[in-house]
Write a protein that binds this ligand. Structure first.
Ligand code: ADP
Ligand code: MG
Length: 263
């Protein structure tokens, strides 16, 4: 048995494969209260996989994943459901239900996971929509919204259970740079106002350094560097240096020519 974690999230030497493909080979990571930890890495390096492990959607082949004192992979289904309600998730493509309007999308976790009355739910939905600046869009359908608006709605949905932790998967992917920056600022102000810990995965450097209070870089199945922005930028690791500069010169292309050639 492993000792419980004092962190909001802790991964201890986590390995995970899909069939023969080794995706994570020994990821260790600690997330302190109120941090915004950015996990950066190339496409396909396993960033979304880490988020799915934290949510208990995937099980590690080895190692352990903790949310506070709970070892996620050891929980019974019922307990896991309970723990998941304390974690908000903002998916890469917003993942709104196309048949439900904005109000009903945001209300969904409250309807499924609580026994609150319609009036109580409406009050919370209004409050969270106001936080993301979407009060006027309550009756609109997802198909009527721009990418940035969808992202705001999915942020509001992640907040309705007053989570202790929010996971963001590529929050500015697919948005134009200006809207992407607006969403980044919203993430910063919301996590600060709501006093919530967050993990943000991204392959976009500008977003990473704007949002993160700490950075970690995932490469070939492991966290190869982590630290606060300034210290991270000074990393002597050639992979980190290459990733930050976006240079074609360096170790990254060598190991992954095929992956890049087939993009
Ligand atoms: N359910 C799955 N079955 C098989 N392979 C998967 C599955 N999910 C992800 N992968 C593979 O695992 C690797 C890591 O995926 P992912 O975590 O989505 O990467 P990232 O989010 O960093 O782009 C990729 O090579 C991807 O193709
Ligand atoms: Mg991903």
């Amino acid at each position: 048995m492993s000792a419980p974690s004092p962190y909001v999230v802790e991964l201890r030497d986590v390995a995970l494969n899909f069939e023969e493909k080794k995706v994570l080979t020994g990821v260790s990571l600690r997330v302190e209260p109120l941090e915004r930890l950015v996990i950066m890495g190339q496409s396909g390096s396993g960033k979304s996989t880490i988020l799915r492990l934290i949510l208990g959607i995937l099980q590690p082949a080895a190692g352990s994943v903790f949310f506070k004192q709970f070892e996620i992979s050891r929980l019974q289904r019922r307990k896991l459901q309970q723990i998941r309600s304390r974690i908000g998730m903002v998916y890469q493509y917003s993942a709104l239900l196309s048949s439900r309007n904005v109000r009903d999308n945001v209300a969904l976790p409250l309807e499924e996971l609580t026994d609150k009355s319609r009036a109580e739910i409406d009050k919370i939905v209004d409050e969270k929509l106001a936080l993301v600046g979407m009060t006027d869009a309550k009756e609109q359908m997802p198909s009527e919204l721009s990418g940035g608006m969808k992202k705001r709605v999915s942020l509001a949905r992640a907040l309705v259970m007053d989570p202790e932790l929010i996971l963001f998967d590529e929050p500015s992917a697919g948005l134009d740079p200006v809207i992407g920056s607006v969403i980044n600022e919203l993430i910063i102000s919301l996590t600060e106002k709501s006093k919530v810990t967050s993990i943000i995965v991204t392959h976009e450097m500008d977003s990473a350094f704007r949002i993160g209070t700490r950075m970690a870089m995932l490469y070939q199945g492991k966290i190869i560097e982590e630290g606060e922005a300034e210290e991270f930028k000074r990393s002597k690791n050639p992979v980190v240096a290459q990733f930050l500069s976006g240079s074609t010169e360096g170790p990254i292309l060598e190991g992954s020519k095929d992956a890049i050639a087939t993009k």
